[in-house]
Design a protein around this ligand. Sequence first.
Ligand code: T6T
Length: 316
Amino acid sequence: FAGLCAVLALTAATTAGCGGGSGGSGSTSLDLITGVKSDPFYITMTCAAQQEAKKRGVHLTVNGSAQWDVAVQRPIIDSVAATHPGGLLISPVDTAALTPSLQQIQSAGTKVVLVDTEVTDTSIGVSRISSDNEAGGRTAAKSLAQLMGDKGSAIVISVKPGVSTTDARIKGFTEEMRDNHPGITLLPVLYDNDLPATAASQIQSTLAAHPDLGGVFAGNTNTAQGISTGLQAAGKQGKVKVAAFDAEPDEITALTNGTLDVLVAQDPGAIGRQGVDQALAAIDKKKVTAHIGTDMVAITKANMDRPEVKKFFYQA
Ligand code: T6T
C-alpha cells in the first residue's frame, strides 16, 4: 500500500505525490499524525490535508504510526509536542491511553483537532471530525441481514477494543442485529490487532468451528483484506456474505470479484480538509465547529460504477 503519497508524506516537507507541496511559506505550522501511515484511508486523508494546507498557505508536517499501536504513536506525539506546532490533527489509536500526551501538547498551546478517531476525554480537541461510525455499523448490519435472508450465524472481526471508530461500528452493527434481525445469531466478536494475517486465520478457524457461518462484518480495511484471503483459502468466497468498512483498492477488487458484498465507504479526504480548516480557525481565533460529521456511502457491485459512488474510492 505504500504509494507515492505515503512515501513522500513521511518526509513531511515535500509531497509532490499528493499534487505538489505540503504548504505555503506562512509562519503557521500544522502537524498531522495518522493512525497507520500506510493505510489508504489515512493516505487519502493526508493528501487532502496537504492540498488544503497548500491552498491556505500553511506548512503541514505529516507523521503516522507504522502500525496500530499506542506504544508506537505515543512517542510521535511527544516528539511533535517538543516542536510546539500551532495545530495538531491527530487520529489517536486508543480512546484513553494517549490522553496524557494530548493534554500536555494542548496545554502548551497547540490547537488539537481529532480526525477520524477520538479520545473519551471531552476536554481534548477544539474540533472532532469523523463519519457517523455507529450509523455505518447499522448500515452494514442491514445489508448483511438482507444478503443472509435474515437467518443464520454471523461474526464481527475488528481491530482492537478501545478504538472509537471501530467500537462505534460494532455497537451500531450489534444493536441493529439484536433489535431488527432476531433470526441472525451473532458469534462473539474477534479482534485482529489490525493484522490481515490474523483476520485470515480467525475466519478460517471460525469456519472450521461453525461450517454454517453465513455472514461476516469486517470492521476496517486490514480486517477486510484478511477475511477475503481467508475465505478464498477456504473456498468460501461468495458463499459467506461479507459487509466491510472502507473502500481501498484491494477491497474494490474483492467487491468486483464477489468476495466482499458491501463496502461502507467513508470520506477521508473531507476529514483531512476540514481538519486543516478547523485547526486554522482555532489558531486565528475564528469560529470553530466542535463536531463535524462526514459522508458515507454503501457500495455494492450494482452501484460501484456510478461517478457519485466512485468518488468515495480511496487512493493508495
Ligand atoms: O476505517 C478506517 C478508520 O476510520 C479507522 O479508524 C481505522 O481503520 C481505517 O483506517 C481503515 O483501515
